[in-house]
Design a protein around this ligand. Structure first.
Ligand SMILES: NC(=O)c1ccc[n+]([C@@H]2O[C@H](COP(=O)([O-])OP(=O)(O)OC[C@H]3O[C@@H](n4cnc5c(N)ncnc54)[C@H](OP(=O)(O)O)[C@@H]3O)[C@@H](O)[C@H]2O)c1
Length: 275
């Protein structure tokens, strides 16, 4: 693969940079924060070139230009780079909620754009990544999945609006899972288990359940019925969760709300700070 560029080296950007380095793929990185670039320089990457001036980049040589700044900073950035971009470049946007039409409008040109919506599990190559492209090229899906195989799994959407629900559930997913386990952790501590042992037990619950699902090749309900024996207390507890579909309806409501906010990003001049 020829070299690519990433702009924005924050939470997600840094994880992507590590992935490129692990795969020994050439990458130029740029961030407006000088201290971030200094920190990255200290890591002495083999394949990563730190760049502090957009003018010094050979844009015609770039395969992918990855935009990894917060949605609120996108307009300023697109304005800064629009005159450097070449028709052959593929622009990859990681920005939540920002649709292709809005990006093209900000760039004053129609470019090949791919939206990738990963989550932070890219770090362990287990991200559930949603993808959408604004051009017809069937082969590109396989190329992207190969070039970014350190992300994890991909699913491609035919309609761009589908990506907002995906962002709500899977982009935020690691935070929701951690929030759930943090609740259990707090309850564990309140019931007399120390913080160290509570954390270890919770992690064992998390890893163990995931491994069990994989090894048994079971679906979720099969595992649930293996734990909740007929007439037992777990079965009773689960009935409490299922009562009037309150628990699932609560989740539906939360995700619907988040999706609605993502949809609104393109309708208003202001942009929510998402993820
Ligand atoms: N974090 C996630 O789990 C996740 C998951 C999926 C998608 N995303 C998307 O990925 C994008 C980045 O998220 P993040 O959490 O990594 O954000 P972040 O931690 O705020 O990182 C963004 C970086 O870009 C820099 N930046 C801002 N404007 C710039 C400009 N004009 N030129 C160069 N650098 C600029 C920021 O500097 P300053 O700090 O000085 O502003 C910061 O270092 C967002 O659009 C988000 O929706 C994130």
């Amino acid at each position: 693969m020829s070299e690519s560029l990433i702009i924005g080296c924050g939470n997600l950007g840094k994880i992507i940079i590590e992935g490129f380095e692990r795969r020994k793929l050439k990458l130029i990185v740029y961030d407006k924060k000088k201290t971030t670039l200094e920190e990255l320089k200290k890591k002495k990457y083999e394949k990563i070139l730190i760049q502090n001036n957009l003018k010094n980049i050979k844009w015609a040589n770039l395969k992918y230009i990855m935009i990894c700044v917060k949605p609120k900073d996108i307009n300023v950035l697109l304005n800064e780079i629009k005159n450097f971009l070449k028709k052959k470049n593929i622009l990859i946007s990681f920005a939540a909620g920002l649709d292709v039409k809005k990006i093209c409008r900000a760039l004053d040109q129609k470019l090949r754009i791919i939206r990738l919506m990963p989550n932070i599990l890219v770090k362990v190559e287990k991200s559930s990544t949603g993808a959408y492209k604004n051009f017809n090229d069937n082969g590109i899906e396989n190329i992207i999945e190969k070039d970014f195989n350190f992300f994890g799994m991909f699913t491609w959407f035919k309609k761009e609006e589908q990506i907002n629900f995906f962002t709500a559930l899977y982009g935020g997913g690691p935070a929701y899972v951690c929030f759930f386990f943090q609740c259990l952790f707090n309850i564990s501590k309140k019931n007399g288990l120390g913080p160290k042992i509570s954390k270890e037990m919770i992690l064992s619950l998390l890893h163990g359940t995931s491994e069990f699902l994989e090894i048994e090749k079971s679906n979720f309900s099969e595992i649930i019925s293996k734990v909740a024996s007929k007439g037992g207390t777990t079965e009773e507890a689960l009935k409490f969760f299922k009562k009037d579909s309150k628990f699932i309806n609560f989740w539906k409501k939360v995700l619907k709300w988040q999706k609605k906010n993502l949809d609104l990003c393109n309708e208003f001049k202001f942009i929510f700070v998402i993820l």
